[in-house]
Design a protein around this ligand. Structure first.
Ligand SMILES: Nc1nc2c(c(=O)[nH]1)N[C@H]1C(S)=C(S)[C@@H](COP(=O)(O)O)O[C@H]1N2
Ligand SMILES: [Mo]
Length: 317
C-alpha cells in the first residue's frame, strides 16, 4: 500500500467564474442543511487520507482507439476530481469517497428492452474482454486529462437486453444514498445524478463501460465500481457509480441540463466554437503550462462526426 502525494495543481487558475458562483450557492446550502439537521458541517466532509490499495485488472487488450499522447499522472487522475456526491472542491472526492461501499453492487438495465437484466460487479467484469482505452477527457471547466481507462464498449452490455424498436435514448442513474455520499445531504443538485445519451451514441464503439484505470479497479473518487466514459463529450456526460441504465423512447432528463439549461445542453459534445457561456476554445492539459486549442469532438471527429450529420450543433448543443 502506498500513500500518494497530492499533485501540484492550482484550482484557482482553471475554475471558471460560473463555478465560483455555484460554490457560493453550495456553501450557503451546506450551512442551511447543517443548521436544519444538526449535522456539523465539518462532519459532512471528513478528512480521511487518500490511500492507493486497488486490485489489478487483466489481462487487458490494447485498442486502436487509444491515443499515444502522454498520460496524465495517476496522482492527478485520482486526486483532481469532479464528483459532487463527495464534495465540491477538486480534492474532496479523493478524501471523502472512502465511505462508498462498492461491493455488493448491481446495475439494472430496464425500460425499452425485451430482457430486463441485473448484473453484479463480478458478472460485469467477465461480460466482455477488458481493454485499455487511453482517452482524452475534456471538462467544461476548460481542463483536460489523458487517462488509461479499463473497460469494454457499453454496447456489449446493452445488447444483452435486446432493446425494443421504441428505444431511442439511454438514461444513466448514479447511486442515491446520502449515508454513503455526503454531498447528497446538500440540495445543490437534484439527486441522484442522471445523465443521458442517444441510443446510437451509447452504442458507439468509443463509449466505454468503465471498470478501472491505470491497470487497477476504479478508485472510488473516479466512479467505482462502474461508470461510463464518453470521450467526445464534456466530462459531465460521463456518469459515475451507476446503478441503473434505462432505455427510453423520449429524451431523458439529465442533471446539468435541468440545473442550468442554457449552459448545458443534452448533447454537450466538445465544441470549441460554442461558449458555455465561458469560452471553450482552449483548454489546459493538467500538468502542462501552455493552453492548447480545443479540438472539435475533443479530437474524435473522424470517429463520431457522422452521428451528427445534418444536425445544427448550435441548436443541439
Ligand atoms: N455521479 C457523478 N458523475 C460525474 C460527476 C459528478 O459530480 N457526479 N462529475 C462529472 C464531471 S463534471 C467530470 S469532468 C467527470 C470527472 O471524472 P474523473 O474525476 O474520473 O476525472 O466526471 C463526471 N461524472
Ligand atoms: Mo467536468
Amino acid at each position: 500500500m502506498k500513500i500518494r502525494r497530492k499533485s501540484d495543481i492550482q484550482s484557482s487558475e482553471i475554475t471558471p467564474e460560473p463555478i465560483f458562483r455555484g460554490r457560493r450557492k453550495w456553501i450557503a446550502a451546506a450551512a442551511a442543511v447543517g443548521a436544519a439537521s444538526a449535522i456539523p458541517i465539518a462532519r459532512l466532509f471528513d478528512d480521511a487520507p487518500a490511500v492507493h490499495a486497488a486490485a489489478r485488472l487483466g489481462p487487458l487488450k490494447t485498442s486502436r482507439f487509444s491515443t499515444s499522447e502522454p498520460r496524465t499522472t495517476y496522482e492527478a487522475v485520482t486526486m483532481y476530481n469532479n464528483f459532487y456526491e463527495f464534495g465540491f472542491e477538486k480534492d474532496e472526492p479523493a478524501r471523502n469517497a472512502h465511505t462508498l461501499r462498492t461491493r455488493p453492487w448491481t446495475i439494472t438495465i430496464d425500460g425499452e428492452v425485451k430482457k430486463q437484466r441485473t448484473f453484479d460487479i463480478d458478472q460485469l467484469l467477465k461480460l466482455a474482454p477488458l481493454e485499455e482505452r487511453v482517452y482524452r477527457l475534456r471538462c467544461v471547466e476548460a481542463w483536460s486529462m489523458v487517462v488509461p481507462w479499463i473497460g469494454y464498449p457499453l454496447s456489449a452490455l446493452i445488447k444483452q437486453t435486446e432493446p425494443t424498436g421504441n428505444a431511442k435514448f439511454v438514461q444513466f442513474t448514479t447511486l442515491h444514498d446520502p449515508q454513503q455520499m455526503p454531498g447528497q445531504r446538500v440540495p445543490l443538485l437534484d439527486w441522484p445524478y442522471v445523465e443521458g445519451l442517444r441510443l446510437d451514441e451509447a452504442m458507439h464503439p468509443l463509449t466505454l463501460l468503465t471498470l478501472g484505470l491505470y491497470g487497477e479497479v476504479l478508485p472510488n473518487q473516479n466512479g467505482a465500481p462502474v461508470r461510463v466514459v464518453v470521450p467526445w463529450k464534456y466530462g459531465f456526460k460521463s456518469p459515475k457509480s451507476i446503478v441503473r441504465i434505462r432505455l427510453t423512447e423520449k429524451q431523458p432528463k439529465t442533471t446539468w441540463n435541468q440545473t442550468a439549461p442554457t449552459e448545458y445542453g443534452f448533447y454537450s459534445n466538445v465544441n470549441p466554437t460554442l461558449d458555455h457561456p465561458w469560452s471553450q476554445a482552449k483548454e489546459r492539459r493538467i500538468g502542462e503550462f501552455l493552453k492548447r486549442q480545443t479540438l472539435m469532438f475533443n479530437g474524435y471527429a473522424d470517429e463520431v462526426g457522422a452521428l451528427y450529420a445534418g444536425m445544427n450543433l448550435k441548436k443541439f448543443f
